[in-house]
Design a protein around this ligand. Sequence first.
Ligand code: UDX
Length: 433
Amino acid sequence: MRVTMIGSGYVGLVSGACFADFGHDVICVDKDAGKIEALKNGKIPIYEPGLEQLVANNVEAGRLSFTTELAPAVADADAVFIAVGTPSRRGDGHADLSYVYGAAEEIARAIQGFTVVVDKSTVPVGTGDEVERIIRQTNPDAAFAVVSNPEFLREGAAIEDFKRPDRIVIGAEDERARQVMRQIYRPLYLNKSPIVEMSRRSAELTKYAGNAFLATKITFINEMADLCEKVGGDVQDVARGIGLDNRIGPKFLHAGPGYGGSCFPKDTLALLKTSQDYDAPQRIVEAVVSVNDNRKRAMGRKIVAALGGDARDKTVAILGLTFKPNTDDMRDSPSISIIRTLQDAGATVRAYDPEGVEQARLVLDNVEYCSTPYEAMEGADCAAIVTEWDELRALDLKRMARILKQPVLVDLRNVYDRADVEMYGLSYSGIGR
Ligand code: UDX
């Protein structure tokens, strides 16, 4: 199959490289000439484990290429995937679909022969209908079908998620398009990955429903953690205790500083907008969004409390900045609200992160970045773990007790045991325990 990806960002690049690895001929298109030039030179603009090698292998095998020229790449394709950004629109939280619609128009002008146009970007219900309308209006002679095929990739595990997915969702209204999609995902059909075929609108909604449900699960356990702290329970035990019930399941029950990232915050907001547009309130999701927003600042206050209630003239070492480990992504990371709350309370912030500093510099002011966790902690009043990077899971506690002015560890990811930490003379403040 000849597959064209419009948009060589995170989703486009990972999906393009994985489709090429399945044996398809893939062209990744992007308007950003600098990005395409870099990709041609083997430079990957994002940090994703295994991606650089996967891209290099498939480029070398002649199955993967990059271009800024959309028209010829579309003309030859059996399927064109739209994998452009759908950021939250400033002001109203609606998903900004201008890139999707722009791509649809350009695709329309370039289509030759029957082409399946696949929406991979996360888009509100009904966007497929609009893409179809735009293509038909721009080029009434085009032979095409529009399919929704949402992605469920986790950053840091995207290649694994793509190749061994929990499920693939294909929303199509057209049998010919379904056949093309089955060809494209053939290796996954063959290895018996669950593939769920449904209507286009159901597929669009499945993506939002999935992310909103996961955000709810996290938020539920986060609030349960607050209750545990008050009543003297341990949220880790409660999570294990409920998670072993098959109907609940053990994943996404890890209490922490609140969810962040490029998907959950944006998609829950967009779902709320859709629910307003269609007058079908999603009160649970509404509560989740507001509880999670409040939680991030509350985590800053938790650190202030660990400092004895007054952060003025104190220095806090923040360990981990990205919204989760194995990424350089700072989008909606809890660390941003936490650091701002600390700064508002008068604290100086020193920070360490293995990959996120470059992105952090773009969103945070007045933070002193350090090249090791110990450099950040040297002379600081307390340390707080905000992202559970592996290298922060086995810190030298003895050394920490020596170099911190006030030996306090605030562990917002519950990666340490209270007893272990206290053995070295550090005081410990975790989440929900
Ligand atoms: C998510 C979805 O998992 C993925 O299917 C979708 O396509 C995109 O959004 P991602 O944002 O990369 O992926 O990260 P994920 O691992 O899901 O974590 C999201 C946030 O939730 C992080 O801030 C993480 O720290 C937090 N989280 C996750 C918790 O606080 N507790 C948990 O138990 C799980």
